[in-house]
Design a protein around this ligand. Sequence first.
Ligand code: CA
Length: 220
Amino acid sequence: MRILITEDEKDLADALARGLRQQGYAADIASDGEEAMMMTEVNNYDLIILDLNLPKIDGVEVCQRIRAAGSPVGILMLTARSSLDDRVNGLDQGADDYLVKPFHFPELLARVRAILRREGETRDPILRIGDLVLDPNAIKGYYRGSEIVFTTKEFAILEYLMRNAGRVISQEELLEHVWNEDANMFTQTVKVHIKNIRSKLNTAGAGDLISTVKGRGYLL
Ligand code: CA
């Protein structure tokens, strides 16, 4: 899952990006509202963390513009303002949730997960397909109760495929949702990761859960 952090306090933005990447999310940073608008036009984000007080274009307006463009992307607003009006205004403009600064990182993570769940079909925090189970909170995967140890990137790919099970996912779409802007993006990288995931699934006895649809991508 790919997240855009829109935050002009550099230290906070960097800390959030680091924390989110450790959890297997791809995270990009926009340091003002204008940059955020540009990046959301170019990239396909699963969630936007949006500070309310931003240079150039204010967070509420960024939110308005994203919604006006018809995007359903999840938006978590950050606000230093604790006034009720500001929070209500943010939610009315289409934010899914808000967090008042200062906050603890685990709370931000929990809200990010809740919004991502809302986007999917299910509100169950655990992803299951047959006997394959992924727990995004713990970043752990299981097959018939035995743990399969995935790297965070492998986990992120499998999580994306599971959230989109039944739909063919191209390598480009995976690059778009699982890697951030700084990554050297080669479809070969996706192939290598898919190969490793397949081999781990096979070793665990799960068989060939991921099929290749020639010329189009992968299907779980
Ligand atoms: Ca700010």
